[in-house]
Design a protein. Structure first.
Length: 94
């Protein structure tokens, strides 16, 4: 049985925003379980797009704040509004 891959809605290099707080699901063993990794509204950039093997659904590796890469599903992110900069770029622009 072959799973048809779902076409990704977002592209590599696209700026996105976290729709909700993103919490540790165990992927970060050095952080507490359920610790908030990224707060809702944080801007990031998609650095890679992969797929869930069992379902064919896209998984986006998103770099937030220029330091932390988190795997996200389409329901956890949305395109960032034009002109919205990540925090580290806002500080550099000052």
């Amino acid at each position: 049985m072959s799973i048809e891959p779902v076409q990704p809605a977002y592209a590599w290099g696209m700026r996105v925003v976290a729709l909700d707080d993103l919490v540790n699901d165990g992927s970060y063993p050095d952080r507490a379980a359920d610790a908030c990794l990224v707060e809702a509204g944080t801007v990031g950039e998609i650095v890679n797009v992969g797929r869930v093997v069992d379902t064919g659904e896209p998984v986006y590796l998103v770099e937030f704040d220029g330091r932390q890469v988190i795997g996200c599903t389409e329901d956890e992110i949305a395109p960032a509004p034009a002109g919205l900069l990540p925090v580290h770029e806002e500080e550099a622009a000052r």
